[in-house]
Design a protein around this ligand. Structure first.
Ligand SMILES: [Zn+2]
Length: 434
């Protein structure tokens, strides 16, 4: 019966929900008792996104009292665990020497679990190993005595959630009060982080609204999924963002009028880095011991700290020079280049001609070339002219394409019409004729 499970694939859940209109569960942070309202919301556009459909969780085998579970102890071998479970050497031998196994059970880590199902004679029939909450391997004995491995995977069920909050002291606390997970709080900050500095700009009275997926396994909370739409009011200015997947399957966040929420460049090539030397036209060079201009920004960081490409583009140099040491130059379109110097080493695949995405690690902090200690020297050039990377006006990323605009606007207005006004949750049942 168990072997049948892996072959049964249902795509019922999402299909039914899309057909009938998704049920949205609302949690109003205004109400201490966290009132939940079910409202039909037609998100037909979602059905054309490229995400795989979930399998039916009803087919996910549950452990019961017939299974014998063992947790791998520190330093315990598979053979030691088998003898602790009173299983024979023959069982162990045929399990690990069966052909075509994908998972190497000899590489188990302490704390991981094996579950055994025995036949009436106490002989091993099935071994189960859970890779994660959504992936398991079932090793099942065949008539010839060998085991075959069935790998089962499932997608969490998704439910829409709406939440909103007002900041009293810190954004993080307001997020917690609104029942948001740490992950969703971080995601919100990332979406609006291009316009709002979440460490310096926050003020009491700032507010947010967010429509997001909650993912469930076996009917219980598993984790928060993607944010579909969000609003943030900071010091009187309201920003709105909609997650949109275009016809080619590219997903990004856009303002309701179709501008990208992102800039074409990250402000800094490293997270939480301290600026040790600013861009200037005249400065004393600590190694050369003379005055010269400094045409970039230095970030002090530990040797080996990952360096990110601040924008997508093409590597035009990844080489070594006497002054820059190991350095990378990236060309972004026809106007912009960025340079990253004194690297300890390049990231895998970083060579002249390689394409890189914004945020991709291109190398690691070092002190090669003329450097008094480990740091990153970062340059930003517009039409070949050096600009101050800290203050240069960063161009916005590409807006919604003209051929996507009508589809996007319909989708965005449907989503955003679900956001209440004046702090009240006012939900409209939206029909999308798409
Ligand atoms: Zn420098």
């Amino acid at each position: 019966m168990l072997s049948r499970v892996s072959k049964v694939k249902h795509h019922l859940i999402l299909a039914i929900l899309i057909g009938l209109g998704l049920i949205i569960t609302l949690v109003s942070s205004q109400d201490v008792s966290a009132k939940r309202i079910n409202v039909p919301l037609d998100l037909s556009l979602e059905s054309s996104s490229h995400s795989p459909l979930p399998e039916n969780n009803a087919d996910w085998p549950q452990l019961n009292s017939n299974w014998h579970s063992y947790t791998v102890k520190r330093g315990e071998t598979l053979s030691a665990l088998f003898s602790r479970a009173n299983l024979s050497n023959n069982d162990l031998y045929s399990l690990i020497h069966s052909p075509d196994l994908t998972t190497n059970l000899a590489r188990l880590m302490p704390g991981q679990q094996l579950h055994f199902l025995l036949d009436d004679n106490g002989k091993l029939k099935t071994t189960r190993f859970d890779h994660s909450m959504t992936k398991m391997s079932l090793f099942e004995r065949q008539d010839n005595g060998k085991f075959i491995e069935n790998i089962l995977q499932r997608e969490p069920e998704k439910e829409l959630r709406y939440s909103e909050g007002v900041i009293k002291d810190a954004f993080f606390n307001a997020g917690k009060d609104a029942n948001l997970s740490q992950q969703t709080i971080m995601n919100l900050a990332n979406i609006f982080g291009w316009d709002i500095d979440f460490t310096l700009d926050m003020r009491p009275g700032d507010s947010f609204k967010v429509l997001y997926y909650e993912e469930l396994l076996d009917g219980s909370y598993y984790r928060d999924g993607d944010i579909l739409a969000a609003e943030f009011t900071n010091q009187g200015t309201t920003y709105r963002a909609v997650r949109y997947t275009d016809k080619e399957g590219n997903t990004d966040y856009y303002s309701e009028d179709g501008r990208s929420m992102r800039k074409q460049f990250l402000r800094s090539p490293m997270d939480f880095a301290r600026i040790s030397s600013h861009f200037t036209t005249r400065r004393y060079h600590p190694v050369l011991h003379k005055f010269r201009s400094h045409k970039g920004t230095d970030y002090a960081a530990r040797r080996g700290t990952p360096i990110k490409a601040t924008g997508s583009g093409k590597v035009v140099s990844a080489k070594v020079s006497r002054s820059y040491g190991k350095y990378v130059v990236i060309q972004h379109g026809s106007r912009y280049t960025t340079l990253y110097a004194h690297m300890n080493g390049f990231a895998k695949g970083i060579r002249s001609g390689a394409k890189v995405r914004q945020g991709q690690t291109i190398g690691y902090v070092g002190s090669t070339g003329l450097a008094s200690g480990p740091h990153l020297h970062y340059e930003f050039r517009v039409n070949g002219i050096h600009k101050n990377p800290v203050t240069v006006k960063l161009p916005a990323a590409e807006p919604i394409a003209a051929k996507e605009r009508e589809r996007f606007e319909q989708y965005a207005s449907n989503l955003l019409s679900n956001f209440g006004t004046q702090g009240n949750v006012q939900i409209a049942a939206v029909k999308n004729s798409q």
